[in-house]
Structure formats: structure tokens, C-alpha cells
Design a protein around this ligand. Sequence first.
Ligand SMILES: [Zn+2]
Length: 271
Amino acid sequence: MKVTDKKSARFLTIEDWTKEIPSLVAIFSAKNGGVSSGAFSSLNLGLHVKDLPEDVISNRRILAEELDAPAANFIWADQIHGADIRKVTHNECGAGTLLFENAIPETDGLWTVERNVFLALCFADCVPLFFAEPDSGFAGAAHAGWKGTVLNIAGAMVHEAEMAGTDLSKLKCYIGPSIGSCCYEVDDFVINKVKNCLGENEHKSFIKKTDLTYSLDLKEVNKQLLINAGILESNISISSLCTSCEDDLFFSHRRDQGKTGRMAAVIGWRN
Ligand SMILES: [Zn+2]
């Protein structure tokens, strides 16, 4: 995901994917070019963060227009840092778009094999995972904070893809902008969960800083989980962007001490 002007960027695309698969929409929004103000300035796409709902809905319209995708065909989820995943179809289009109460309940991963259905999840430091495979038509997105990561939502989505008839050797995964190990300090409690979910590969993903703290690379943990689930390393790409470091580009829950907006990861197939 390249950015030419960080202060004006509205969204970032996965260049390699869109070049190779023109019918695929796969983007991660930035925080600029919207109508929200204050802590939510300006392209806040989260309806659940006490921003003015009418501003968020305007921002979502801006996003849909830029993607040339119908706003009514987006599907949003009520994310709870779990590992539950839902298959969605045209029947769910519009869920959570105008009203948070109508979002797909208690779900941190969405996937579809239908065209003109755009899956949208909200982020402000957690790891966005994108999945795409044109032959089976599988498109998925998952929200992996540390909790979803150690619950292995990455592996759960790969399992869903396989059940949907996807040849795993062709499934592409993209690990999007999220808090980097540069800015992500955690304690033993989290590290022990990482060790439990990764086994022998865990040593690559964290460094001990003090007696009580570690810097954790959640992107790397997710990469290892994807490989463990059967994804070829050559089919996994990782954004180098840290949401906390990149203040001009992104909201960051940690950096902004909880009061901030949300970016969106969106994936779907054009008609
Ligand atoms: Zn950072």
C-alpha cells in the first residue's frame, strides 16, 4: 500500500491485487477527506464511537463513491474481538450501514462468494486481514486484535475458504496497516497466549523489553498462523505501515488514548 500524500490520502489499495485481479475491490481507508470533526477528524467510518451518526453516514457515502460501489451493498459487523466468522450474501446487504444496531452481530470476520457485496470492518490499530481467490470467488476480511489473533481468526478464515471450495495454494492473504512492534507493548499475559497459539514459531514475533514488558509484532503472529493454516508464504503480503506512527494517515486507539475514529477494511467483487 503506497501513499503519495499522507495528509490527503483517503484510502490505500493493495496494488498487486488490483493489478492482477481487476474485478476485486480491496482497500484500507485512511483518516483524511471526511466530514467528521474533533477526535474523529475526518474520515471516521465507525458508527459505534460516539461520533455524529450523520457524519459517519456521509463518510461512508464518500467511501462508496470513491470505490464506485453502491453504499447499499456494504455489510458491516458488530466486532467483539472474537474469532466468529459469518458467510454473507446479498440478503445481508446494508447490514449496519445506517444503523449500528443492524450490523451482523458478534462477528469479527465476514466472507462471501457473491459479486457486488462489499464486506466492511472497522479498525484503529488491530490487524486487518484480507483474503481473496478469484476461481472460487472467495473474498473475506477479518479483524484481528491481540484477542482475535490468539483465538486464531486467521486460521478460522482459511478453514472457511477451504470449505467454500478454495484451493488453498491459490488463496492470497494481505495483512494490512495496524499497530507495529515499534509501538505495541504488551505484558506476560498476552505473550503467554501468543506462545500457546504459535508453538515453536513464537520467538519471531516478540522481543522482551523489560522484566514486565515485550514489544509484540501482531502482523508476524498472523503471518505465522496463516502459514500454519496452509497458506503459502509467497501468497502472503504485509503492509509495513504502523497505525500509531502514521499520525497523518491513520486513527490509532493507543496513540489517541481511546478517543478516536475508525478506518475500514473493505473487500468485494465488482459486478
Ligand atoms: Zn509504530
